[in-house]
Write a protein that binds this ligand. Sequence first.
Ligand code: ZN
Length: 312
Amino acid sequence: MWDIGGDINKHKTGDGQKMKRLILSLREKKIPPGAIWVGAGVTILLLILLGVRLYSNKVVVTAANKEEININTETKHEDNVNNSLPKQPEEVKKDEPKEIKPEEKKEQKANPQTNTNEEKSAYLTFDDGPNGKLTPQVLEVLKQYNVKATFFVTGKAIENNKDILLREKQEGHAIGNHTYCHDYKYLYSSTSAFLQDLAKNDALIRSVVGDYNNKLIRFPGGSFDKNKSAMRQAVTEAGYHYVDWNCLNGDAETASAVPVEKLVEKVKQTSQGKNRLVILMHDAGGKETTVQALPQIIEYLKAQGYNFKTLE
Ligand code: ZN
């Protein structure tokens, strides 16, 4: 204001004089006190509005963060269902929403280390034995590689090979019950027939090896079929634990002997992407190539990082 007054004095023109008079009149005029109060009131109102606006923005941001956090919780849950990730520590407190940076989210979702670090287990299983000729050969290969396996034995095969069944037990392998007669037609005719046959085989195994895990069984042909649901329920109620397979060498797919390369290839194919393998093979008569393929199969699985275990 004072500067403007100084500048005005410099003007010598008629317009300058008019301006000077105008400014002087403005200087003399007193601003009414009411106007000051109105101005102050408007300013306070504007400040309040600005404050409300800032606050509401903050609330929106907080809500968005909460939504992100929920998404991440769901991801964690899925991962836990897949059993591929350990429980992650609670990073987010409810009353203190934390902004999750994109890099962190990426880490939480991918976390690939846990998957690859998960232990890989292979359960070699041999069905339909013991066989007088082939089972001792299988036992020799297993001994050579210091690998333990599980033998699902049938009563009819045991009758003439009790010494081999005992050797299986003595050499640290697991024994499972694969029924006495292995006759699908008879076994699956009724649940009572199936249970009686399992009990008959159990008594025979026990008479040879003494104490063993007699709850471990395998259905001849597997438990998969829809029409075996009554059987599955009956054996479970009787306290048995039945085990199928998720990998195989395919030695039962043709009546004639399957070439060694095909047996090895089948294991490679059916083991892909699995950390836990239950591998179906047979040590019954006519399965010579199964014995011949066994060293390659064991070496392949060892190279893939599998530890050999027995079903108990
Ligand atoms: Zn069988």
